[in-house]
Every structure is written in C-alpha cells, then in structure tokens.
Write a protein that binds this ligand. Structure first.
Ligand code: TRP
Length: 460
C-alpha cells in the first residue's frame, strides 16, 4: 500500500496529488452545476474539493443567513498565494455571506515567536489593507484579533474537553517534545471557526471556511468536536427518511430526561419529544414515529437532502434546552499555484511569487525568469507547441490575471499550437499582471487611513 499523505499546516512542503488528498481525507468534489454564479476559480477547477458546501449553497438558494470565517497568520508579506482565499471570500460575500476575519496573532506568537504588537502592525498594513483593495465590503466584514476576543479563547478551553493528546498526535503528528504553545494553537483555531455562531457574533447559522487544504486538519478537528457536543444526532434512516436520536453525555442527561438513578424520566422525555416534533413540524413534517424510551424519532417522509435544515432545527432546540447547538463548519479547498521558479511558492523565497506591493519592474523581472513550458528552440516550438500545464506565465493568467475565459482559451490554443512563443506569452502575463497590480495599488491608496471600517469593535 502507498504511504498515507500527512498534512502539516505549518510546513511549506505540501503534496500536490489532489485526487489522492481528496480520497484519503474524504473531501467531496465540486459539482460546478450546483454552484450559483461560479467564480473564475470555480470555473477553472482551481477550487477542487469541499466539505458540506451544499449546506451553504442551500442557504444561498433560500436567502438564509450564512457566514464565512477566514484567518491570516500575521507574519511575512502578503503575496498572490494568499489572494486566492480572499477572492473566494469576496465571492461568498457577493452571494450574501457575512465575513469574519481572524488575525491569528496568538498562533503567530506560538509558532513563529511574533510579538502581538508586531502581529497587529503586519496584519493591518500587509493583510487587511490588501483585503480592502481586493474588494471586500466593510459593511459586512469584521476583522478581529485572537488575543482580543476572550470568547474565542473561552471556546478553546470549553471545546478542548472534547479532544485529547492522542487525537492531536494522530491529526498533527505532535510528539512529546512539541512545544505546548503550539499545541494550544489548533484549539484556538477551533474557537475561531466556531465562534461566529455564538449569539453575540450573529447566532446559529452555517459557516464556511475557504482554505488551502493544508488547513484541513483544523477543519477535521473542528467538525469532530462540534459533532461531539450535539444533543441530537441526525442520520439517514435505512428504510428512507431521517432519524433524530438523543445523544446522552456529560452535562445533558438531566435535561434529556435521565434521572440520577439512571432511569428514564418519562415525563421529561415525552416533553422533549413533543418539543422536537413541534420544531420539526415547522419544516412541514407531520409523520413521525417516536420512541421516547430509546430516544429516537423517525421522520420517514424527510428527504435526505433536507438533512442540514433538520440539523439546524434540532440545534436551535438544543440551544433552547441549554446545549451549545453548534453547526459543523463547511469548507472549500483550492489548489496551490506553482511558484514562479517551478517549485513551491514561499514568502521566504521572494523569487517564487509576486507580492501584492511588488513594483512593476520586480514583477516583470520575475515573469521573464519564470519557468517556461516552451520548447528549447523557436523551430521546435513552432512544430511542437508550448506546454500550458508547465508554463508559469500561463498558469498565472489562469489563476490570477485573466478573468475572461474565452481570452484564456485563445491564449492556451495559440501557445499549444506553437503560434505564441514563450516570450510572447510571458509578455501577455506581464501586461495583465501590470494592470492587476496597478489597480490593486490604486485601491490600496483609496483605503489608506480607512481600515478601521473593517475592524470589529473589539479590534479597534
Ligand atoms: N492557521 C492559519 C494559518 O496558518 C491562520 C488561521 C487561524 C485560520 N485561524 C484560522 C485560518 C481560522 C482559517 C480559519 O494561516
């Protein structure tokens, strides 16, 4: 058997065997037909996988509220690789999402030794300023700092009770010598991802987290933990429909009708089931088979595609009864663009990427030196054509700079047929990138001194 892929969220080395990653971690493929107003990243297959994106698409279709949570590590300079998540965030915002942006200043402190002051400065100057320039709408965007939001840290502790060191070892490969500050960082990230659902931050609603798949371990952890807090499980029923079943655990047995002696209190239990049925009947269901003693309620007429709405319904009831009522987060995953040199993009190697504030000269120099998919001689190139799958200039047009699909396919066709030479495709990339960077710089100027508009009250 082939070795399993291990994903390390803190390493810059990542596998790019996307099909294998998708299968190994049980990610779902993106069905373009199901995505309303697909963005360029969707249309080009750059967003290659997701977990429960259908929950979010359902919200879009019904105009139900949903949120996006994204986070940034405030260290280094912002480059093209970082912009892909923000493109997605902007797209979700256009489809109706509210946006929460985490500045992971505690994580940067824990894993990179960045002071909180330095983290704040980098976050605002490098990241928030560019997020504004990339088109996020401040009226529904809230940027906060991990260190400045006690609710997030409180959740890290509360939810930390639902996991243990063995799980951390399995997910992250942590060992005995792992620094404990580093061990805390994922729990704070769980708090980041969950907290927009707290009443004071918008209340119960589905939250989607767009990430590169290097962040998936955090999503697996968060989804697992959210599931463990549930008072009601919702599952497909073998004979059709759905089954809601009670999940008894520390802290809810009394509320769910288990007396101290372990006996089921029929009165309390019946009452819970009446409330369950009343809640679910607001969704239009009327045919129930209840077994209060065993703690199960069958809804034979429920459609499996309604599972997320049924879950939301029982989570609402769970909150009324005193539980946390947490919807597991959805997520989407994008491919990484190749580095300009043909290897991986990395902020510590400036020649591998374009920074958001690179000058046009710097950019142009990098594109001219970029890894090419052209043939060694013009003669061969005319005969054999270029290879778009290896050509950095082409890929940067595809990932970042050429929004027009038909223009992109024209370039691909002409490059592959040998009509366009390697130097010519680079020049096209340089022209497009120059427009892109210039517009971004103009927008940055526009937002100069106004970044406060993006900050949550606790971040000012
Ligand atoms: N760990 C992320 C990084 O390395 C930063 C981050 C913190 C984050 N909390 C988050 C990302 C929540 C997405 C969601 O960049």
């Amino acid at each position: 058997m082939e070795d399993a892929v291990r994903i390390d969220p803190w390493s810059s080395e990542q596998s790019t065997d996307y099909a294998r990653i998708r299968d190994q971690f049980g990610l779902q493929s993106v069905d373009l037909k199901r995505v309303p107003n697909p963005s360029m990243l969707h249309r080009r297959g750059i967003i290659f996988a997701h977990r429960d994106l259908d929950v979010i698409v359902g919200c879009m279709e019904r105009s139900d509220p949903f949120g996006v949570l994204t986070g940034l590590m405030p260290s280094g300079r912002m480059h093209l690789g970082h912009s892909m998540v923000i493109e997605q965030v902007r797209w979700f915002q256009e489809q109706g999402a509210d946006i929460t942006v985490t500045v992971a200043d505690l994580e940067a402190l824990a894993t990179r030794g960045t002071s909180l002051g330095q983290g704040r400065e980098t976050a605002l100057k490098e990241y928030v300023h560019n997020y504004a320039a990339l088109g996020l709408d401040p009226s529904s965007t809230n940027v906060y700092f991990q260190s400045g939001r006690p609710e997030v840290q409180r959740l890290a502790f509360t939810l930390g009770r639902r996991t243990n060191l063995s799980e951390f070892e399995a997910i992250y490969g942590f060992k005995g010598e792992t620094n404990l500050a580093h061990v805390q960082a994922p729990l704070v990230q769980v708090g980041d991802i969950i907290h927009p659902q707290l009443e004071e931050f918008g209340g119960l609603r589905p939250i989607v987290v767009p990430v590169g798949f290097d962040q998936d371990p955090h999503l697996r952890l968060t989804r697992g933990i959210a599931g463990k807090t549930h008072w009601f499980n919702v599952k497909a029923r073998k004979a059709g429909g759905l089954t809601v079943s009670l999940s008894l655990q520390e802290g809810n047995s009394e509320a769910l009708g288990v007396s101290e002696n372990g006996k089921v209190d029929r009165q309390v239990r019946e009452n819970i089931f009446e409330r369950l049925k009343a809640s679910l009947s607001t969704m239009g269901y009327s045919d129930f088979t209840a077994n209060p003693k065993h703690g199960t309620l069958d809804i034979p007429g429920a459609n499996i595609s309604d599972i997320a709405q049924v879950r939301m319904c029982v989570l609402r009831l769970e909150r009324e009864l005193g539980g946390m009522g947490l919807m597991p987060p959805s997520s989407t995953y994008h491919r990484f663009a190749v580095g300009m040199t043909g290897d991986k993009m990395s902020s510590s190697k400036p020649e591998t990427t374009i920074f958001m504030d690179d000058s046009l000269e710097e950019m142009s120099k990098k594109v001219k030196r970029a890894f090419s998919g052209g043939q060694p001689t013009v003669e061969e190139h005319r005969r054999l054509g270029g290879d778009c799958s290896k050509d950095v200039a082409f890929q940067y047009l595809q990932f970042f700079f050429e929004p027009d699909d038909s223009e992109l396919s024209r370039v691909a066709r002409e490059y592959e047929s040998g009509k366009l030479l390697a130097g010519e495709i680079k020049q096209i990339c340089i022209d497009r990138a120059a427009e892109w960077l210039t517009e971004l710089a103009d927008k940055r100027d526009m937002w100069e001194g106004r970044l406060d508009e993006f900050l949550a009250p606790d971040a000012k």
